[in-house]
Design a protein around this ligand. Sequence first.
Ligand SMILES: C[S@@+](CC[C@H](N)C(=O)[O-])C[C@H]1O[C@@H](n2cnc3c(N)ncnc32)[C@H](O)[C@@H]1O
Length: 347
Amino acid sequence: MRLEPVVTDPTELYRLRDGVYAADLLIVVVAELDLFTWFDRYEREHDDPAGVEQVCAAHQLDPRAADVTITYLVARGLLARVGDRITPTRVAREHLVAGSPYDLRAYYASLRERPTCKDLLAVLRSGRPAAWAGAAGKEAWSDRLASPEFAASITAAMDARGAYLGPALAETIADLPARAVLDLGGGSGIYGSALVERLPGLRVDVFERPPVDDVARTLLATRGYAERVGVVSGDMFTGLPGEYDAHLYSHVLHDWGPGEVRRLLANSAAALPSGGWVVVHDTHIDDERSGPLQVAEYSVLLMHSTPGKCWSVAELRGMFAEAGFDYVDCRPTAADRTAVIGRRAHR
Ligand SMILES: C[S@@+](CC[C@H](N)C(=O)[O-])C[C@H]1O[C@@H](n2cnc3c(N)ncnc32)[C@H](O)[C@@H]1O
């Protein structure tokens, strides 16, 4: 199935969807935590801005949630980092701090009863992800994937996203001299299909857990890719097949906390030969943790719904090194995504 070339740029449509929780987080920060007033008062009382530890202690915030929230507020231009301290910007001091004649806090507070705001406040306090939007019960989205109906609908969502992103990723990494790629958590196989379309000699296997593996098999067969893109069933946390020279993680590491990400990278390092490639395709926060804004907004969605977040390139570089990968490059693909590339160091 070869797609017609895309004519228009859907980046804004990705941004709107991925950033959908971010404004609600700002409402919570203003209306429930009154965070800007707190930062301002702390700074005046201590003659020094607060650090993350002080904010977490004062508001009983989970560290992952605090990290995502502060990065979002910095990217929004409402907080600034001064070394490891955090200070409200002029616009925040004038419009979101108690005592200002232009105080907008009541305006934001009028929306505090939105259901997502309640969820976000619970996530900020507990660190545990809220139920996936629309879930009747309280299951996490990764547990709900065990249901064939939910697996089919979420895989359709990821597949739709990949039709535009897949070819862009394939173009961006076309120069890597890989022969066999394992696409971990590869969903429908949309990225594998784009890769073999761009690189006809390449072999790709999707590594997926049931029941998504069967969804992928059916879609790949329907689209005529079953010969070139296989599906291997398994659990990526418990050991990986060894016959590949590249591993792709597309929108996978952002679903997990640091322990799981380290484990996945360690599994990849164990399974890949020396000189093998790891490609992390995702939205990534910059080294300064000040943006891009759209990525910081997407990270709010991930904080809400998963144990993960958008990792910064610097964090990935550190975890690559721990696992035994040399950092190679960070390349833009499309719609705010980048491919962070590592190479298995010689053993
Ligand atoms: C957010 S989706 C990403 C799909 C696709 N790679 C993309 O870029 O759109 C995460 C995928 O990881 C898969 N996954 C989650 N846990 C897994 C596990 N333990 N082993 C293998 N795959 C897993 C899910 O089934 C899901 O398809």
